[in-house]
Design a protein around this ligand. Structure first.
Ligand code: FDA
Length: 309
């Protein structure tokens, strides 16, 4: 119930504007977001690299409503790629097609993505297309397949929460595309998605096994120790080398698990978001773990008490 409410609130523009200018909410965002500027983000990438982990940088933004914003987001992605190259860090990029104008039409999003892929290809940088809510899955995959014919430096994300993902995965495996598997951060109806955590988890394990057995350098993106253990068991039982796949986690979440896996010899990539459009991202992180809401309420209570003194 709380999860549903928080995911719905993540789509509220008035709340977004309020939160973005609210000191407490900004403070909360700092736990999950590397900063508002590219320089701050690169500094976090360097820190992650010194801990023997790779990174993927996400310039936050989604659901733009004008061509101007879509072009600005594309320019920002290109500047980010240039900065990554000159910093010489171990980091690729993640982006969302609604940030590049998907709500305005497929062509504009495809053109903008192509510009980014062109630049990324010059420095041999990999671009991951995040997966958004189920209404975008067909169009995201269509755009991906069209560009993947030319740009092998692109990959996509599939969500274990959706019934369709096993079928989507078979086609992606046949195309030799790189896939990141996640549970799914969006609120989806029972007509398209599993509603019980146990069912999502069972599908995650099934898709993980398909990926490990057949896919080209898959990414298993989760903080769930049970999902990680299932991947490790399957890999060990099928003589799959730890260098043929990677685990991925979000910046600010389960740092202990991140470090522990690296110490055991597993590959780990940290998803690092930055920028001023952090509100929907932050709300999805709160929705994933109600304890985060208590953490924010605790900060507010402490702030109010301190002001009252
Ligand atoms: P689950 O939600 O079951 O959590 C397992 C444990 O992890 C929890 O018990 C807790 O300890 C910890 N945890 C999880 N979330 C936390 C949080 N917010 N704060 C603190 N602790 C937390 N989704 C999507 O729809 N499209 C996408 O493109 C992506 N991309 C993406 C990239 C990467 C690298 C990751 C790790 C995740 C995504 N996601 C995503 C988000 C994903 O769908 C999912 O919502 C979160 O990863 C949370 O699910 P878990 O697999 O961690 O399991």
């Amino acid at each position: 119930m709380l999860r549903q409410t928080l995911v719905r609130l993540s789509q509220q523009p008035q709340l977004r504007d309020f939160a973005t200018h609210n000191g407490l909410a900004r403070g909360m965002a700092e736990r999950f977001v590397a900063g508002e500027t590219l320089e701050q983000a690169i500094a976090v990438v360097r820190d992650v690299n010194t801990r023997a982990m790779s990174a993927t940088l996400d310039h936050l933004g989604e659901n733009v409503t004008s061509k101007k914003e879509a072009i600005e987001a594309t320019n920002a992605a290109c500047s980010m790629l240039a900065a990554l190259t000159s910093a010489g860090v171990d980091c690729n990029a993640s982006l969302k097609l609604t940030q590049l104008g998907l709500d305005l039409g497929d062509e504009i999003a495809r053109e903008n993505l192509q510009r980014i892929l062109d630049q990324a290809a010059e420095s041999d940088t990999f671009i991951r297309i995040d997966m958004e809510s189920s209404e975008y899955v067909d169009r995201t995959l269509d755009i991906f397949y069209r560009l993947f014919e030319t740009y092998q430096n692109a990959g996509v994300v599939l969500q274990a929460s959706l019934y369709r993902s096993a079928q989507d995965l078979q086609r992606l495996i046949a195309s030799k595309a790189r896939v990141r598997l996640v549970k799914g951060a969006y609120l989806e109806p029972a007509s398209v998605a599993f509603q019980q955590k146990a069912d999502v988890d069972a599908n995650f394990v099934k898709l993980t096994e398909m990926l490990l057995a057949e896919a080209h350098y898959p990414a298993i993106a989760t903080h769930d120790p049970a999902m990680i253990a299932a991947a490790q068991r399957f890999a060990a039982g099928h003589q799959i080398a730890a260098s043929s796949y990677e685990f991925q986690m979000l910046y600010g979440i389960r740092r202990d698990l991140q470090t522990g896996l690296v110490a055991e010899g597993y590959r780990m990539r940290i998803y690092i978001p930055y920028g001023s459009h952090w509100y929907p991202y932050l709300m999805r992180r709160m929705a994933e773990r109600p304890a985060n809401v208590m953490f924010v309420l605790g900060s507010i209570a402490r702030e109010v008490t301190a002001r009252g003194r």
